[in-house]
Design a protein around this ligand. Structure first.
Ligand code: HEC
Length: 169
């Protein structure tokens, strides 16, 4: 029994040394193109969803149905640079967004799957180790963040022309 335990202990120590050499010896690639193995992507997706669901608790401070809030959200979405990574109605994402791993999702497809609280939390806090920035970290007021949420929730029904008119672009 003691021998078996000693063997397990030795294997654990060897595994730690091997991992240290792999990571600190520079063998692990931090290239943005390296991509994660399928099981890692699967785990990260679930960890992200669980983390957002647990943390997102703030309630809207504005009416998300008010057209003037939705339109203010469209302008904030355009000026804060969201469209560079996520695109928008009639607006292509910037070319560099195609080099991001994980890729920025198409928000019009994702909007219905997320609660306003979850969208607010993500935009305010960002997502660690991805290209998704925290807009709370640059002091964007909560009211503006909620207007962006109102706009994102409406994205599936916003036409290219609406977006053009609302943003004046
Ligand atoms: C520099 C690029 C970049 C900018 C600018 C950016 N995002 Fe993102 N965003 C990302 C990436 C990359 C992801 C995917 C992260 C992941 O898969 O974990 C993401 C994810 C998201 C998600 C999905 C989170 C989820 O629940 O899965 C939302 C919502 C979002 N962004 C909204 C916004 C809004 C609104 C703005 C502007 C205020 C914005 N993003 C600006 C890159 C960006």
């Amino acid at each position: 029994m003691i021998r078996v335990l000693a063997c397990i202990g030795l294997l654990a120590v060897l595994a730690v040394i091997a991992a240290a050499v792999f990571f600190f010896g520079g063998f692990y690639s931090v290239a943005g193109t390296a991509g994660d193995p399928a099981v890692v992507s699967w785990a990260l997706g679930h960890i992200r969803a669980a983390s957002i669901a647990r943390h997102a608790s703030d309630s809207p401070t504005v009416s998300l149905e008010d057209p003037s809030i939705v339109q203010a959200g469209a302008r904030a979405y355009a000026t804060r640079g969201c469209a560079n990574c996520h695109g928008g109605p009639g607006v292509d994402w910037a070319r560099f967004a195609e080099g991001l791993r994980p890729e920025p999702p198409d928000l019009k497809e994702l909007a219905a799957d997320r609660t306003p609280q979850q969208l607010f939390w993500v935009v305010k806090n960002g997502i660690n180790m991805t290209g998704m920035p925290s807009f709370g970290a640059i002091d964007v007021p909560d009211q503006e963040l909620w207007s962006i949420v109102a706009f994102v929730k409406k994205l599936p029904t916003v036409s290219d022309d609406d977006f053009k008119t609302w943003t004046g672009k």
